[in-house]
Ligand binder design. Sequence first.
Ligand code: NAD
Length: 328
Amino acid sequence: MNTQTDGLLIVGEDLCEQLVGRSQAFDAVQSVFAAMASGGARNFPVIREALGYADALYGFKSGFDRDGQVLGVKSGGYWPGNADKGLTNHQSTVFLFDPDTGQLSALVGGNYLTAVRTAASSAVSIAQLARKDAKVLGMVGAGHQSAFQLRAAAEQRDFEKVVAWNPHPDMLPRLAAVADEIGLEFEAVSQQELGAQADVIITITSAFEPLLMKDWIKPGTHLACMGTDTKGKMEVDPELVTSATVFTDEVAQSLTIGEAQHAAGTGALTESAITPIGAVINGDHPGRTGADEITLFDGTGVGLQDLAVASVAARLADEAGLAQRVAL
Ligand code: NAD
């Protein structure tokens, strides 16, 4: 895209939803994870601050993908009062810049893209790490993200059934409707039963204490722990983390704000025991090496994922002539 002559591209939420499907998001996220692991792409330090206004959290996630020529920042955060105003509590916008000149090239709505890139992340981990014969998908969590995670995960293996548990059971029917829509049997179960049945488990909650214990998980299970993205959060037993082979999007985040922060904090898990999933994608790490191995993907959420999908949205909108253009 020649941004210098073409001006600024504006790609709103509706266009993102129309143009960026699960497969585009999967490919973009898988490529950028690979680039991160090979040194071709790098996330910059995250800023996240309490505003002291409207109970809001606000911040920036930024990075540069030299391989993919994507430079930018996602700005946004969490406004808990938004639901009462008919708005999503999480609000974000991606700013893309021309890496050759620093000129602003695109403004892209980040709300839908955040959901689809997070779903792509656990889907990539399932594609790379789950047993090929996985049949039962376990869902822990039934909020906004869970439906996106379920749809993307369902495309990675020949799943026959979804077992689900949520701390707020009244939210489960929404997830059951998604399973029904994609033709999967659905059963609401206890946490122990979920561990006993599931071959692949996605956790996507806002928990601060373990929801799944080590002894409940079957050998050979793949877990994608997606909810823990802040210091203090926790979704699974730290002993489960230390007993698993651990993969992540970014090791630095896994150790500080991801699911591994607790096991790392006590010294039970060392940095060298955590593998960037990009190394598996690149063929530099074998990934799963046995049918009984428990693999755990600590999906912390990195800015480069946002930039990758936003760049796809900007390119597709530009090619289709659908986005608004503004002279700089
Ligand atoms: P949501 O508010 O729609 O749903 C919240 C979920 O967490 C529900 O299942 C709810 O029952 C559960 N929950 C709420 N409070 C809880 C508590 N105190 N203990 C245990 N469970 C609790 O949120 P969402 O959009 O579905 O996102 C879920 C989580 O995923 C959030 O914590 C969010 O920060 C995280 N997230 C992570 C990434 C990433 O890239 N890793 C991206 C987006 C969201």
